[in-house]
Design a protein. Structure first.
Length: 488
């Protein structure tokens, strides 16, 4: 398996839902105390080229991070990138997870994205044992895995490609052959308008846009096991671990609202059965699960005071932030993930988004809104009820994906210094055309001109010169600051 990654390494990608500050916030929403990240330790198993961990380490400068991967080629790239951007709080090790000795822990967060489904049973057991042994008492682990029933349809395509593509070619040749044979297979289907035909064609179309490394390691990998949630939960229990929630909080069964929540009642109150039923209703193909030690009690009822200390950052951008809230029934907002324009009707969300936009760095703790609760609802309700109402707003807004939540603030400059300096990793990516990741661990979309401006911000040129010689004005700099791309 390591050889295939040596020959065709995975791309430089950051996964927001692995960020420890986000995992900690979800723990708070479930009634748990989050691990302290300042002075803490993070382990990423199967770290690949180290990009995810390095982006994370720059946003958590007081956290020590260790990346582990069996591919020496990928670890060499990770170490080179760490040296290039000056990431002194991240280190990388070549090896299998079974070989990681106990002297390297404990860890406040253990991350395994794109690992569990792709390793053999003995390594799966070793991963869960590693988490059991090396996770700190209040630590959190993240494990993603391909899930049934949604992966079943993708598995049909994988099974076809495993049989259709020779195993002895180079990675690039195998990926090319996979594309050609999948296209021919779709064209040969006897009934393309049948549910099966449409499903296979849809999968083939989506794969056409994926890079070769994804096609090779997802669909032509030696192993790729999809699990039902019940199977996964049983394996956790056998190793002294338990499920907390999905890192994408809105996809957890217990966070469902309205009719979706009522629909789960058919299987009773058991958490595992409800999560599994939820997967079947939505044909889930991937889980991104947060895990903790089994000796922790999980209330799944948030503490209002703890929620007030979280940090909110908007996931949507108001199309017209100056619109009069009282004059309209909704705001139009653009989602950061896909640019789709949605309508925001909730009056609290509308007020919160305006406050967040007005604050340098565009992040606030919910407690900052407490003095204004009376103005929002029109009458006095007292401090305890105000906190409870605020907690419900934060919880519901997280479920409805209006904002991201963090247990601790990530490190970036909310303002613009005299000699503006962009995050070294973002500046590097702006220059080489790669995905730009903010200090909030989110992908930022910039056009070519904006990339060129960001790449100029090395901290050596004053603002007047940037404006006069390179056309980088205050509006550009303020926008980069609002995107969490600046260090100073």
């Amino acid at each position: 398996m390591a050889q295939s990654y040596d020959e065709l390494p995975y791309g430089d990608i950051a996964y927001f839902h692995t960020h420890p500050a986000h995992l900690g916030a979800i723990a708070v929403l479930c009634g748990l105390a989050p691990p302290a990240l300042a002075g803490g330790r993070v382990l990423e198993v199967g770290c690949g080229t180290g990009f995810n961990l390095l982006a994370m380490s720059r946003s958590l400068p007081e956290t020590q991070s260790l990346g582990l991967d069996a591919s020496s080629t990928q670890i060499d790239r990770a170490r080179a990138l760490a040296d290039e951007i000056g990431a002194t709080n991240a280190s990388f090790q070549v090896g299998r997870l079974e070989e990681l000795d106990d002297s390297t822990g404990p860890f406040d967060a253990i991350l395994a994205h794109g690992v569990y489904s792709w390793i053999p049973p003995a390594a799966q057991t070793a991963l869960l044992e590693l988490i059991r042994r090396r996770l700190a008492p209040n630590g959190l682990a993240y494990i993603s895995f391909n899930a049934k029933p949604g992966w079943n349809a993708r598995g049909v395509v994988r099974d076809f490609l495993i049989g259709a593509v020779p195993a002895d070619g180079s990675p690039i040749d195998r990926a090319r052959a996979a594309r050609e044979r999948l296209a021919a297979f779709v064209a040969s289907l006897p009934d393309p308008d049948s549910p099966y035909g449409r499903q296979v064609a849809s999968l083939a179309k989506s794969l056409a846009d994926e890079p070769d490394y994804y096609l090779l390691h997802e669909y032509l990998a030696e192993r790729n096991e999809a699990l039902a949630f019940g199977e996964f939960a049983a394996r956790l229990a056998a190793h002294g671990l338990q499920y907390v929630a999905e890192s994408r909080f809105s996809t957890s069964a217990f966070t469902q609202l309205g009719a979706d929540r009522t629909a789960l009642d058919v299987v009773g109150d058991d958490l595992v059965r409800r999560e599994q039923y939820h997967d079947y209703r939505w044909q889930r193909s991937l889980r991104q699960s947060i895990v903790c030690r089994a000796d922790r009690a999980i209330p799944r009822v948030a503490d209002a005071a703890a929620v007030g200390k979280l940090w909110l950052s908007p996931r949507v951008k108001l199309v017209d932030p100056n619109a009069d809230v009282d004059a309209t029934d909704f705001d139009e907002a653009r989602r950061e993930e896909d640019g789709e324009v949605v309508q925001i009707h909730d009056p609290f969300y509308r007020q919160f988004l305006r406050r967040l936009r007005a604050v340098p760095g565009r992040r606030l703790q919910p407690d900052a809104f407490l003095p204004d609760i009376r103005d929002y609802i029109g009458f006095e309700i007292g401090p305890e009820k105000s906190r409870h109402l605020l907690m419900q707003i934060v919880l519901k807004g997280t479920i409805e994906e209006v904002w991201h939540v963090y247990a601790e603030p990530t490190a970036y400059s909310a303002g613009v210094g005299d000699r503006p300096r962009a995050c070294p990793l973002a500046r590097r990516q702006a220059s080489n055309g790669g995905a730009i990741v903010s200090r909030l661990h989110r992908i930022v979309r910039l056009d070519d001109a904006e990339r060129a401006r960001l790449a100029r911000l090395d901290g050596r040129t004053d603002r007047a010169t940037l404006a006069a010689e390179f056309g980088i004005g205050n509006d550009d700099l303020e926008r980069f600051a609002a995107m969490a791309l600046l260090e100073g």
